[in-house]
Design a protein around this ligand. Structure first.
Ligand code: TXA
Ligand code: MG
Length: 347
């Protein structure tokens, strides 16, 4: 068991000496969890094959699930990738730093342990000064998956990281809650029409404004085979069984009320993930509003923390209201479906 240091850091102006200490750990082959604008990452030297193995071990993650490599400046990219397609350059210019991950052909310097055996590498530049300063000070690109135990909801605050990884890594940099709350969009540019492998912080509409047509990987649908290795695993799952209820708001509320009544009379504890618009309509269950339907970023930023909250409440079943798939709603619904193991009820 490691003695995990938890160091709080100013997210706007990270204290230099704290970043130096964290960077020292990265340089010497250790692991540091750090905030990004999406979720907390579990970081280590992306160029060291042993470090990738340590990351997989700490997370309990299958080794064929490739890691995202984080950089702080465009000048780092040439060393890592064989070519920079024109479309990638345009996207980087518009969305970096930010929640967009782009797949490139990797150079030999990146070990196969980091890419899960693939000849391609996923790269992003996070929009968070703690992350950027840490990468810069470390002097190496940082491989970082989300800082959770594999299969659990991603961490949107340092407490959630500690819950999963305390004693397993050297340090947690606590920069407060993250803003986007769901992970970056993963984009594959190898086909004529770009493919979203994982919907995330940069929306499909944002990408279409720049690229024209963009497809969503059809493999993301229930029962299909996704193109991105990481997407095939069960994910984001709370301990209780969860069902997503989709339909008009009135029907959602009515159905959840009825189901909750039935389950409660059978002695079960029910959690309801409601929205600002519906929360007051429920008279039973443990009701938590995930956010405002008219401001979906409030929903994405709360989503994972609330799934963990239901775990702590010890509920037996969770009902979650589905929301519109516009904008960041697409990423929210993708995470909800996975958290529910694709248990979806249309009403
Ligand atoms: O927002 C984020 O992206 C966060 C923060 C920490 O940056 N990171 C994150 O990493 O979500 P992770 O490891 O949990 O998810 C990486 C995703 C997986 O679905 C993985 O399969 C996909 O990116 N991926 C990585 N490399 C890939 C590659 N070469 N080809 C296809 N998919 C890849
Ligand atoms: Mg993850």
């Amino acid at each position: 068991m490691l003695n995990t240091q938890i160091v709080s850091v100013d997210k706007n102006r990270p204290e230099g000496y704290k970043i130096k200490k964290a960077a020292e750990i990265i340089k010497t082959g250790g692991l540091v969890a750090f905030p990004t604008e999406t979720v907390y990452g579990l970081g280590g030297n992306a160029l060291d094959e042993h470090v990738a193995k340590k990351i997989y071990a700490a997370k309990g993650r299958p080794q064929d699930n490739p890691l995202i490599v984080h950089i702080h400046s465009l000048s780092q990219l040439d060393e890592l990738v064989k070519e920079i397609p024109t479309r990638a350059a345009v996207l980087m210019d518009k969305f970096w730093p930010g929640p967009l991950t782009i797949i490139f052909h990797k150079k030999d310097i990146i070990p196969y342990s980091t890419t899960g055996g693939l000849d391609t590498v996923a790269i992003r530049m996070p929009a968070h000064s703690v992350a950027l300063e840490l990468i810069k000070e470390s002097g190496v690109p940082i491989a970082a998956p989300s800082a959770n135990i594999s299969g659990r909801p991603s961490p949107a605050c340092a407490e959630d990281v500690a819950e999963d990884l305390f004693g397993k890594i050297e340090m947690i940099l606590d920069g407060g809650p993250t803003s986007v709350g769901v992970e970056s969009t993963v984009l594959d540019l190898s086909e004529k029409v770009p493919i979203i492998l994982r919907p995330g912080g940069v929306t499909k509409e944002d990408l279409e404004d720049v690229l024209g047509c963009v497809n969503l990987d059809p493999g993301l649908a229930p029962g299909e085979k996704p193109r991105s290795p990481g997407q095939k695993y069960r994910h984001y799952a709370p301990k209780a069984q969860m069902t997503v209820i989709e339909g008009c708001m009135e029907n959602q509320v009515k159905t959840i009320q009825e189901l909750t009544k039935q389950l409660e009379s059978g002695g079960l504890k029910v959690g309801i993930m409601a929205t600002a618009q519906t929360r007051h309509l429920y008279t039973r269950g443990y009701v938590i509003s995930v956010g405002d339907r008219t401001a979906p970023l409030t929903i994405s930023s709360n989503l994972f923390t609330i799934l963990r909250k239901f775990d702590r409440l010890g509920v037996d079943r969770i009902f979650a209201e589905g929301i519109s798939k516009d904008g960041i709603g697409l990423a929210v619904m993708n995470r909800l479906y996975k958290a529910a193991g694709y248990k979806i009820l249309k009403v």
